[in-house]
Design a protein around this ligand. Structure first.
Ligand SMILES: [Ca+2]
Length: 224
């Protein structure tokens, strides 16, 4: 698989195998257009291994919450198995596998089986990959407000790594993310747009004007 720019920096600087896993959150689908109900939940998150060695993710945790709000046990999933090759991607569905069955998305490497709660609030939330002890490996606290890209319903946000910056740091900054649209992603009818399990399209270089996009949709208050 081709390496995206996200990995170049780390590849150049990695000199030993002793460092923590260089896993980087690279894409988040927080507002799919798929119908959502108590048995349907189709958010997903993409993680890339920017290190030089394969990473065994068994026991690692995927969590959602915010820095000001403790992570709710309902928003934590322990990965059962899986290996990410250097440069490879790991795609995690928040919902049960059955919810993704008819969306023509690429196969995901894990499903968190969450049915009753959307993990990623449309107005802004967080997602983290943690080690087995709960220590954060990489976390992204995203927002729908500038400098984060305003998304239309169904658009994922994709990380575009600037050169020469540690991607685990650079993906903290909303300016380094773009909303998926017609020129930089694939279409998944009934779900939205994105590049799940793949790098951003070659033409994806800039963040469209924030002001040109409408306010994101909100979910019913009973869901989060
Ligand atoms: Ca992607």
């Amino acid at each position: 698989m081709l390496r995206s720019a996200a990995c170049v920096f780390v590849t150049l600087l990695t000199t030993t195998a002793l460092a923590a896993p260089k896993l980087v959150i690279t894409e988040i689908m927080y507002d799919p257009t798929s119908p959502e109900s108590d048995d349907q939940q189709t958010e997903w998150v993409e993680i890339q291994n920017c290190g030089d060695t394969s990473v065994d993710v068994q026991g690692m945790q995927i969590t959602s919450g915010s820095k000001t709000k403790p992570h709710d046990p309902k928003q934590r999933y322990v990965l059962r198995s899986g290996t990410i090759a250097p440069g490879g991607y790991f795609l995690i569905g928040v919902g049960p596998q059955s919810a993704y069955a008819n969306l023509n998305l690429p196969p995901m490497q894990a499903y968190c089986d969450e049915c009753h709660f959307a993990w990623f609030v449309n107005a802004g939330d967080s997602v983290a990959i943690r080690d087995a002890k709960g220590k954060v490996i990489d976390e992204v606290v995203f927002s729908s407000d500038s400098p984060w890209p305003a998304v239309r319903a169904g658009s994922s946000i994709q990380f575009l790594a600037p050169s020469g910056v540690d991607p685990q740091q650079a993906n903290d900054d909303g300016k380094n993310w773009i909303a998926s649209g017609a020129t930089n992603s694939d279409s998944f009818p009934g779900h939205g747009r994105g590049t799940p399990g793949a790098p951003p399209k070659a033409g994806a270089t800039t963040q469209p004007s924030h002001a040109s996009a409408r306010a994101p949709a909100t979910r019913p208050t009973a869901r989060r």
